[in-house]
Design a protein around this ligand. Structure first.
Ligand code: SAJ
Length: 401
């Protein structure tokens, strides 16, 4: 069987490599010529442990090849970004462009699947486009929505072992998609309709955003009340039915801080907790930057000199080198603007070089700093002692133990 994956990014590329590894003939398509070129050379343009070796293997077996345009296949997968336009309005134009690109190749019996995170109704909208342009295919092709759930950094395992939700336009479409995914997914494949599957993806990430917002809200309350929020959460979680997540300096990455807007944009009157959670998590980053500013001013008043400030972490979550949509990076940028002449040392042990900041090794920055700001809970930082002679702003629970 031949499968054509539209989009060779963080999800499309690993999925097409795994599919090829399981014996499917894969055509990987990306509009970026450079991506196609390096991918065909066996070079992974994304960050994912173990994936490059697998790419080289499927190129060598002839099961995978990348192109800039689609080729005729038996199944087509839309795995392209769904960014924002205007004020947090989801933009499905990439999904539409990818759909239009495969239109001429579709034939009776083919499977068409959207994997991109999409607002409710997108699968039906794309089906309308397909049947308007190719009316002879009405009821003759299978259309479904199947979101991914993988955690960056653990993609090889999760693509195979996670359960998946598959929602067809019709029950027959669901079955056809289940047939495809069961070739490489060992997790359970759950049947539903396409609107529920679309909402399921948005719900999963919104649920996490709301839970993190609860933890962040507690951290704001505890700061005022003089309570250690980390101890509080540990104790509350001893209750058999309570499981509070960890506060941090905001929520980043491409998914959790984005997907809830796909619900709030279409259901503004109803999605009140979801919208408030977004506000709280965004506010937490501004609050952290403001705390750093106050600490700098206090230090100056007390010591009559400018402090050295170590900003510990740029990545959006612990132990990765991904700086995209990172609240830590955002806070560092903000502190640079408002630091009032203090010397700022920027630390990110998982990255060799940064295009804007000169990076300082974490032990050096810690040793030199008067103020240490813990932004991302990297394992390396947990080896640093709690030094009472320094002002320590621990926003991510390095010293919670
Ligand atoms: N965070 C906290 N406190 C916590 C947990 C996370 O502040 O207790 C922060 C992190 O520091 C980070 C942000 O949340 O800034 C997001 O990190 P994450 O580890 O929660 O999630 P992502 O963005 O790496 O991946 C999520 C996952 N979704 C869920 O856990 C529901 C993943 O399974 C999805 O596949 C992925 O989004 C996606 O592609 O949608």
């Amino acid at each position: 069987m031949k499968a054509c994956f539209m989009g060779l990014g963080y999800i499309g590329l690993p999925t097409s490599i795994i599919a090829a590894k399981h014996g499917i003939d894969v055509i990987g398509v990306d509009i970026n010529e450079k991506v196609v070129e390096v991918t065909n050379q066996g070079i992974l343009h994304i960050i994912e442990p173990g994936m490059e070796e697998m790419l080289q293997e499927v190129i060598a077996t002839g099961k995978f090849k990348a192109y800039t345009t689609p080729r005729e296949s038996d199944a087509y997968f839309m795995v392209v970004p769904t960014p924002f336009k205007g004020d947090h309005e989801p933009d499905v134009s990439y999904v539409e462009a990818a759909t239009r690109a495969v239109l001429p190749y579709l034939k009776e019996g083919d499977l068409y699947v959207i994997e991109s995170t999409s607002p409710i109704g997108t699968t039906e909208k794309m089906a309308d486009i397909i049947f308007t342009e190719r009316p002879e295919l009405k009821d003759k092709i299978y259309i479904a929505y199947c979101p991914e759930r993988v955690l960056p950094g653990n993609v090889i395992y999760e693509l195979v072992h996670n359960d998946r939700v598959i929602g067809g336009l019709t029950p027959e479409s669901t079955e056809k998609a289940i047939e495809f995914y069961s070739q490489f997914v060992q997790g359970e494949l759950h049947r539903t309709n396409c609107r529920t599957a679309e909402m399921c993806k948005l719900t999963e990430n919104s649920s996490r955003d709301v839970q993190i917002a609860f933890a962040n809200e507690l951290s704001l309350i505890c700061e005022k009340a003089g309570i250690n929020v980390w101890e509080l959460i540990t104790l509350a979680n001893k209750h058999p039915r309570v499981n509070i997540l960890q506060p941090g300096c905001g929520v980043g990455g491409h998914c959790i801080a984005v997907d809830p807007y796909f619900i709030t944009a279409d259901y503004p009157a109803e999605a009140r907790i979801i919208a408030t959670a977004r506000e709280i998590n965004n506010y937490k980053s501004m609050w952290c930057a403001e705390k750093v500013r106050s600490a700098i001013l206090e230090f100056e008043l007390k010591n009559n000199c400018k402090p050295v400030v170590a900003m510990m972490g740029l990545a959006f979550k612990p132990n990765i080198d991904d700086l995209r949509e990172s609240p830590s990076s955002h806070i560092v940028g903000k502190v640079m603007q408002i630091c009032n002449g203090a010397s700022i040392l920027v630390v990110e042990p998982n990255v060799k070089e940064h295009n804007v900041y000169k990076l300082t090794p974490y032990e050096n920055a810690f040793a030199k700093a008067d103020i240490v700001v813990m932004l991302t809970a990297h394992d390396q930082f947990k080896t640093l002692p709690y030094d009472k002679n320094k002002v320590i702003l621990d926003f991510c629970g390095i010293y919670k133990k």
